[in-house]
Design a protein around this ligand. Structure first.
Ligand SMILES: [Mn+2]
Length: 330
């Protein structure tokens, strides 16, 4: 099904003196891809653009064109006339639907703005925006954004947008529709070096990181004795001992979902002592977003969600397992 979206009149944006785009905290490939894709499109149409990320971008995305233009403001930089938000005529939020997802400092700074705030996103239930380019039918914000462009893509924008589609769909595995392939096809026509892009995104792992995945698969992946689910738990002590950097656990949650017969998988990572981040994945008739929202201060997509539990990972695991039967239909 092709999502119905309002059209975006890019030409009308050239009248604005300053257009600010913001992606979500702990940005992934779709967040940075849509942020830099938007930025490249703005430059192409002669629109003045400032791309902001609440957190530094992960190492593997530094190669994307425009990455050096991204502003990562500190809390004090967001106050006063030197704030990158100061004088904005339009703010566009990319790849998140709740303002709090861009962190405390930025969401507070947004409160003080009088300009319109738009949301371009594919997460459920966006609220409180002046304009919405939104559908949960899009695989990624990058797919959605690509659909707002008529004609050819500038090659820089195409590279960024393809990055978000490739990473959010797990290389065309999840949430992929005919529209995803149609837009990917259009992006490929724009002088995009696809093989070198997939090489940059998926084949630049260090030997140490690859061996770490081997260790996690061998020693940390646990199958539930009766339910079709598996999990990985990384305690704070393990996280410290392994020296896990931001993004190091990317994709680990999917290991449990690849086991024959499984329908759900979880990753518990106690990043700071007493704070456990949880990733949720599922397939077919199992949804995880409502569960993540109900118990773990989180949410997300039907089959891919995130949340947190303010306790040790062992405690988080026990709490979840006591309730996990809720996600399986009776
Ligand atoms: Mn996304």
């Amino acid at each position: 099904m092709k999502p119905e979206l309002p059209l975006l009149d890019w030409k009308s944006l050239t009248a604005k003196e300053k257009v600010v785009a913001i992606c979500h905290s702990r940005p992934d490939g779709d967040a940075i891809g849509s942020l830099l894709g938007w930025h490249a499109l703005c430059l192409n149409y002669g629109i003045s653009s400032v791309p902001i990320s609440p957190d530094p971008l992960p190492d593997f995305l530094h190669f994307l064109p425009g990455s050096k233009s991204i502003v990562v403001p500190t809390s004090s930089e967001l106050q006063g006339i030197n704030s990158p938000l100061h004088g904005a005529d339009l703010v566009v939020l990319l790849d998140f639907s709740r303002r709090s997802r861009c962190g405390e400092d930025l969401s507070r700074a947004l409160e003080g703005l009088s300009c319109p705030i738009w949301c371009i996103d594919h997460h459920p239930e966006p609220e409180g925006f002046d304009a919405l380019f939104h559908t949960t039918l899009a695989s990624s914000t990058c797919e959605l954004l690509a659909g707002l462009v008529q004609g050819d893509f500038p090659s820089d924008a195409a590279l960024c947008l393809m990055t978000g589609i490739l990473t959010d769909t797990g290389r065309f595995q999840y949430a992929t529709t005919p529209n995803t392939f149609e837009l990917a096809g259009r992006l490929l026509k724009s002088n995009l070096d696809y093989r070198s892009l997939t090489d940059r995104l998926f084949e630049q792992e260090s030997l140490a990181a690859l061996k770490l995945r081997g260790f996690v698969l061998k020693d940390k992946l646990v199958q539930h004795p009766t339910l079709p689910l598996a999990w990985i738990e990384i305690t704070f002590e393990e996280s410290q001992a392994l020296g896990l950097k931001p993004g190091a656990t990317e994709g680990w949650v999917n290991f449990g979902l690849a086991i024959q017969g499984n329908k759900a998988a979880f990753l518990f990572h106690e990043k700071e002592a007493g704070v456990t981040r949880i990733s949720f994945r599922s397939k077919r008739d199992i949804a995880v977003n409502a569960f993540a929202e109900k118990y773990f201060q989180g949410g997300g997509h039907r089959y891919a969600a995130g949340g947190r539990f303010d306790a040790e990972s062992k405690e988080a695991l026990r709490f979840l397992m006591d309730r996990v039967a809720e996600i399986f239909p009776k």
